[in-house]
Design a binder for this molecule. Structure first.
Ligand code: PHE
Length: 497
């Protein structure tokens, strides 16, 4: 809000004159910053037609720092002239003076001085005239006094070239009385109230115009974390492709479903304490489908379904151990088992996106928990070609079209492939996921009919989220160091397809 004092003075001045008032003159007269007067003009303008103000710009000349010094002490050439005594001055001495170099050449071309080259002891400078007329200083003094008009343009430009003068543009308002001019201003109403309507007082009031440019107040509402925004997009892609979401609402899983059902041997390093979080309470699970459990035990220890198995002593105690699930493939295993139990097999397309936990060494891109995105398709006669095709379709929807596959190993898939995509920004191939065809040792004990193949793939949610939102350190995305403002301000996610 503008200074009401300045507003009043401004109105009185405008009232007092026939013509108009210039905002710069007002600022000078009141010895306030011009911006203060501009503030008052703006606030008067917002009240309607009290004043009319028109923007003007005018140019005027101003002395530079060197110009001011020249106005005070004389031009360099005059200073050089004045420092030469009757008996002359060695040129080498003269050059050492502060005005020496510039002053010497100007004074030479003005023919104020001359050089005696043949002088013993080196060239010597002598005065050529009795007295000089320092017009440069005179002109600058005139301009300084505000009578610049008496100096002609050509001379001013000459002084500008010598960096003694600059031309400055001044913006100001030229103010005159408006159609509803008054020196007493009433405050405008911002709101029409029920009281004004019932009493009829609104008729006498003046109302503030609406400001349609104003930004609205930020809504006080919840904000989705970037991970959840990206999850929504992935979920959308799966739904568009006809996939059904699996129930992943159990972070705690038994080793049986997390590992054994997936034909992951009990001595596998991933089942080690260093890689998996074990629960102490409740430490074990007991509720397993026994018939199926026996088949799993058999395929591990003796083989079957055309497989030799691992030939080791499979122990229920190991399978009973509760853990924080290390992958959502545990959920896929449960779902495939359930599918096999329903009697007549029907093809399915399943997906899940949820948390998994691994006892990892923490660094900039790894935490002990992350989200896995998993897709599973079961049908008769699916091949590796179907897997590659569906991966192309899936990643194209993410805006990733260049894919490459590299043979890999998972205990539960054969063949297995790591998925790489070409990163245009990094100009290299980066790993984006893992995939494969589930092994018969996993599917046949469940009761999935022979001839049905199940293809599946998995990737992390964190990686694409960090890329999408330009976050380099996972700790800025997840955990106690997260800046909530980042969560509030992060835009909605659109994956460029
Ligand atoms: N479970 C694998 C992982 O944790 C991902 C995967 C899912 C691989 C399905 C193959 C098939 O990385």
């Amino acid at each position: 809000m503008a200074d009401t004092g300045v507003v009043e003075i401004l109105l009185k001045r405008i009232e007092a004159v026939d013509g108009g008032v210039d905002s710069q003159d007002v600022a000078t007269a009141l010895s306030v910053d011009h911006q203060v007067v501009v503030g008052a003009v703006k606030s008067l303008q917002s009240l309607g037609d009290i004043i009319s103000a028109e923007q003007r710009s005018s140019k005027h000349w101003e002395l530079t720092g060197e110009g001011q010094e020249t106005a005070e002490k004389g031009s360099h050439e005059a200073r050089v002239f004045n420092s030469i005594p009757d008996e002359g001055l060695a040129q080498s001495e003269l050059m050492k003076l502060p005005s020496g170099k510039v002053g010497f050449s100007k004074a030479m071309s003005n023919k104020w001085i001359r050089v005696d080259k043949g002088h013993e002891g080196g060239p010597r400078v002598f005065r050529m005239v009795e007295k000089i007329d320092d017009s440069v200083q005179d002109k600058l003094v005139q301009i300084q006094k505000g009578i610049a008009d008496e100096v002609d343009e050509k001379e001013k430009n000459e002084l500008k070239k010598r960096k003694l003068l600059t031309e400055v543009t001044v913006k100001s308002y030229w103010m005159t009385k408006g159609p509803s001019f008054s020196t007493t201003i009433t405050k405008q109403e911002a709101e029409l109230t029920p009281e004004m309507i019932t009493s009829g007082s609104w008729k006498q009031k003046s109302f503030k115009p609406y400001n349609f440019e104003a930004l609205g107040v930020a809504l006080d509402c919840g904000h989705l974390h970037p991970l959840m925004k990206v999850r929504t997009q992935f979920r959308q892609i799966f739904l568009e492709m006809g996939f059904t979401e699996m129930p992943t609402n159990n972070f705690i899983e038994s080793s049986f479903w997390n590992f054994d059902s997936l034909f992951q041997p009990q001595q596998h390093p991933a089942r080690d304490q260093h890689d998996t979080f074990f629960l102490s309470d409740p430490a074990i699970s007991r509720d397993f489908p026994l018939e199926y459990l026996e088949k799993v035990k058999k395929v591990h220890s003796e083989g079957g379904f055309g497989s030799q198995g691992y030939k080791y002593d499979w122990k229920i105690e190991e399978a009973q151990k509760n853990i924080l699930r290390t992958h959502t493939t545990a959920v896929s295993a449960r779902m495939l088992y359930k599918l096999a139990q329903q009697g007549k097999f029907t093809p399915v397309k399943y997906f899940s996106i949820d948390r998994v936990f691994r006892n990892e060494t923490l660094d900039a891109t790894h935490l002990a928990e992350f989200h896995q995105i998993e897709g599973v398709v079961a049908d008769y006669g699916l091949t590796l070609g179907d897997l590659m095709g569906i991966l192309h379709q899936f990643f194209t929807k993410l805006g990733i079209t260049k894919l490459r596959f590299k043979p890999a190993f998972n205990p539960y898939t054969e063949p297995s492939m790591e998925i790489f995509s070409y990163h245009e920004g990094l100009k290299k191939w980066v790993e984006v996921g893992n995939s494969g065809v589930f092994r018969p040792e996993m599917l046949l004990p469940m009761g999935i009919p022979e001839g049905v193949s199940v293809i599946a793939w998995g990737l992390s949610l964190e990686r694409p989220t960090m890329i999408k939102y330009g976050i380099n350190n996972i700790r800025e995305l997840v955990g106690h160091k997260v800046n909530l403002q980042m969560v509030y301000d992060s835009p909605i996610c659109r994956l460029d397809s």
